[in-house]
Design a protein around this ligand. Structure first.
Ligand SMILES: [Zn+2]
Length: 607
C-alpha cells in the first residue's frame, strides 16, 4: 500500500495527550521519568527509545509550529514572542536533559544486545555525541555562536547609496543582472567596496573563532578542529581523504568545464576580458524568465510535473495543496527565503517560500517538494532520529527531484525559454562544484595546516604566475592554532592560501584593479563563520542527484522505484546503503564525477 498522507494515526503513548510542549513545568517530569527508568533488558531499552523518540518529536513539532507561524507573519509580535520564548526558555533547558538521556543509553548494559543492523546507525550517532561532549566546551560554543551573530550583524548592516536610495547588498544583487554593463560595474564596485570597509572587523571575528575552535577540539581530545567537526557532523561514512579525492576530481574535470562555459559567456556578451561584474547577467542580455504569474499557477504547474514524474508523488503533492501545507506567495510580513519543514509529531511536511514569478521559484518548489516526499516516504518509521538523515542523502532527494523535473520544464516554458531554463540549470550545476571545492579546501587547510589541500600539481603555469597573492602558501602549513601565534602572520598566510585556491578552482574572470576584493572574497561565505565544514554536503548530494538523473534516462520506472525505496529508509542506514538503495554509488572520485560532468556538458552542447 502507498503511504497515504491523510492516514493520521500517530497518537501519543508516552507524552500525555494535550500536554503543552511549550511549558517546562509539563516537560520536566517527562524527562525525569525517562531518566529514572530501568534500562537493564533490551525490551525496556527499546520501549524507552520509542518513548524518548516520541517526546523528541513532540518538542520538535512545537518548535517547528512556532517557527513556521513566525516566518509566515513576521509583523505579528505575538508569534515572534512565542517563538523566541521557545528558543530562549525551553530549548536551553532541554539540551542538558537530552545529553543525560544519551549518556543513560550509552551506559545501558542492554545496549550491546539490541538487534543489528536495526540500531547500528542510532548507536554510532549517540555514542559519538556522548564521547565528544565536554562540559567545559559549552561556554566556548556559546562564545563561538556570539561571534557568528556579530558577523551576521556586520553583514546585515551593510548598505550602500545607489540609484538615489539606501539599499542592502541583497537588494543590490539585482543590478548585477542589469544589461547596461557600466551600471552593473558601478553596482558591483559599490558592493565590494562596502564589504572591504568591514574586512578587518570580520578578520578579527574569524581569528577569535579559529582560536576557540582549536581549544574546543583539544578539550574533546582531538588533534585538530577538522577531525572534531567531522565527528560532530557524524561523518562516519567518508573521510578527509575522500574529500581530497573529490577536490582533485573537481579540479580536473569540473573546473575546466566551468571555464569553458565562462568562455562562451564572454563571447556572447562580446566582452574581453570577462570581468567579475559580468557573471550574473544573462549572456544574451534578455529580461528574466517569467514562468508564471500567481502562486496558484506555480502550484498547478509543479503538480503537473510531479504527476508526470510519478503519479503517486503527484498525488502526495496535490494532497499538500488541499490541506494547505504550502505557503508559497510572497507577501508583506513574510520572512525571506524558502524551506521545507517537517512537523515531527504529525509526521507531515510543510513548504514555505516567497514566489514572485521567477525561474528560481520553480526550482525552489521542485527542490522543497523532494524534501517533502522524503518526509512522507519515511513517516511510518517509529524512531524520529531515523525519520531524518544526513544532508548528503537529504539533498539527493531534493536536488535529484530538480533533475528529474528537467525533462518536464515544458510545463512552464516554450521553445527558446525552455532551452534557456535548461541551460541555466545545467550551467549552475557545473559552476557550483568549483566553489564548493574552494570553500572546503580552504577550511581543511585552515584547521589542519596540511599543504596537500593547496596542492598545485595540476596547476597550469600560466594561471599560477598571474596571481598577485604575494607570499607562497603552497608548501607552508598554517601556523598551528591554539599555540600563541602571530595573528598578522596567520592572516597573510591565509590570504595566500585563499588566492592559491582561487587559482586552482576559479574562473577566467579578470580581477585586475580589485585584488583586495578577491583576497577577501571568502568573507562573504557565511558557512565559514556559522557552520564550519558544512558545505561539501551539497557537492556530494549533487553527485548522487546527477547519477539519479542518468539512471532515470536509462530506465525511468526503475530509477523512480529505487528513489522512493531509498527515501522510505529515512536515515536508518549508513549513507552508502541509502545510496545503494537509490541505485547510486557513494563515491566522489574522478571515476564517478567525470562521466557525470560529461553528461551535463553533452546536454549543454545539445541545447
Ligand atoms: Zn534542500
Amino acid at each position: 500500500m502507498e503511504p497515504c498522507v491523510t492516514q493520521m494515526n500517530y497518537e501519543r503513548h508516552f507524552v500525555p495527550r494535550g500536554a503543552d510542549m511549550g511549558d517546562w513545568a509539563q516537560l520536566e517530569p517527562l524527562f525525569d521519568k525517562l531518566e529514572q527508568r530501568s534500562l537493564n533488558n533490551t525490551d525496556d531499552l527499546q520501549q524507552w527509545l520509542l518513548d524518548t523518540s516520541e517526546l523528541s518529536a513532540c518538542i520538535s513539532e512545537e518548535s517547528s509550529k512556532r517557527h513556521v507561524a513566525m516566518t509566515c507573519a513576521t509583523d505579528d509580535p505575538q508569534k515572534e514572542q512565542a517563538y523566541l520564548y521557545f528558543v530562549e526558555e525551553i530549548t536551553p533547558k532541554c539540551k542538558p536533559r537530552w545529553q543525560t538521556l544519551r549518556e543513560r543509553y550509552v551506559a545501558s548494559p542492554a545496549r550491546s544486545k539490541l538487534p543489528q543492523p536495526r540500531f547500528t546507525v542510532y548507536d554510532r550517532s549517540t555514542t559519538a555525541a556522548v564521547e565528544i561532549f565536554r562540559e567545559e566546551n559549552v561556554p566556548l560554543q556559546v562564545e563561538e555562536d556570539k561571534l557568528d551573530q556579530q558577523y551576521q550583524k556586520i553583514c546585515g548592516g551593510m548598505t550602500v547609496q545607489f540609484d538615489g536610495k539606501e539599499r542592502t547588498l541583497q537588494q543590490m544583487s539585482r543590478y548585477l543582472r542589469e544589461p547596461d554593463r557600466a551600471l552593473r560595474q558601478q553596482a558591483w564596485e559599490q558592493i565590494v567596496q562596502r564589504r572591504l570597509q568591514d574586512r578587518d572587523a570580520i578578520d578579527e571575528i574569524f581569528d577569535k573563532q579559529l582560536e576557540l575552535r582549536g581549544q574546543i577540539a583539544r578539550n574533546a581530545g582531538f588533534d585538530n578542529f577538522r577531525d572534531y567537526q567531522f565527528r560532530v557532523y557524524e561523518r562516519f561514512d567518508y573521510a578527509p581523504a575522500d574529500c581530497l579525492q573529490f577536490h582533485r576530481a573537481i579540479q580536473t574535470v569540473a573546473a575546466p568545464a566551468a571555464r569553458k562555459i565562462q568562455e562562451e559567456r564572454r563571447e556572447s556578451l562580446k566582452v574581453d576580458p570577462l570581468r567579475p561584474w559580468d557573471l550574473a547577467v544573462d549572456p544574451f542580455n534578455r529580461p528574466p524568465l517569467k514562468p508564471f504569474e500567481t502562486a496558484d499557477q506555480l502550484c498547478k504547474g509543479s503538480s503537473a510535473i510531479f504527476h508526470r514524474i510519478d503519479p503517486e508523488l503527484g498525488r502526495q503533492f496535490d494532497e499538500m495543496i488541499q490541506k494547505g501545507w504550502l505557503d508559497l506567495e510572497s507577501r508583506k510580513g513574510k520572512a525571506p527565503g524558502g524551506y521545507q519543514a517537517t512537523f515531527d509529531e504529525q509526521r507531515r511536511p510543510f513548504i514555505f517560500m516567497n514566489a514572485v514569478g521567477l525561474h528560481g521559484d520553480v526550482e525552489t518548489l521542485l527542490h522543497e517538494g523532494g524534501h517533502a516526499f522524503h518526509a512522507v516516504a519515511c513517516r511510518d518509521e517509529p524512531l524520529v532520529q531515523y525519520r531524518h538523515c544526513g544532508m548528503e542523502m537529504a539533498e539527493v532527494a531534493s536536488m535529484g527531484m530538480e533533475l528529474l523535473a528537467y525533462d518536464h520544464l515544458d510545463v512552464f516554458y516554450k521553445s527558446d525559454d525552455l532551452k534557456r531554463a535548461r541551460r541555466e540549470q545545467m550551467e549552475s550545476i557545473i559552476g557550483l562544484f568549483s566553489w564548493i571545492a574552494t570553500i572546503d579546501a580552504f577550511q581543511h587547510w585552515l584547521y589542519t595546516g596540511e599543504s596537500q589541500w593547496l596542492d598545485d600539481a595540476c596547476l597550469a603555469p600560466s594561471r599560477a604566475t598571474g596571481n598577485a597573492g604575494g607570499s607562497s602558501a603552497g608548501g607552508d602549513s598554517a601556523p598551528a592554532l591554539g599555540v600563541a601565534r602571530d595573528t598578522a602572520k596567520h592572516r597573510v598566510a591565509r590570504t595566500a592560501a585563499w588566492l592559491r585556491l582561487m587559482d586552482l578552482y576559479g574562473g577566467i574572470e579578470d580581477w585586475t584593479g580589485y585584488e583586495n576584493s578577491r583576497e577577501a572574497l571568502w568573507q562573504r561565505q557565511l558557512h565559514l563563520f556559522g557552520v564550519p565544514f558544512y558545505y561539501i554536503e551539497y557537492g556530494i548530494a549533487q553527485i548522487g542527484a546527477l547519477q539519479l538523473w542518468q539512471n532515470a534516462r536509462k530506465d525511468k520506472v526503475q530509477a523512480l522505484r529505487q528513489y522512493r525505496e531509498a527515501l522510505k529508509l529515512g536515515g536508518s542506514r549508513p549513507l552508502p546503503e541509502l545510496w545503494q538503495a537509490a541505485g547510486l554509488t557513494f563515491d566522489f572520485s574522478q571515476k564517478t564525477l567525470e562521466p557525470l560532468i560529461r553528461a551535463v556538458s553533452d546536454e549543454l552542447a545539445r541545447l
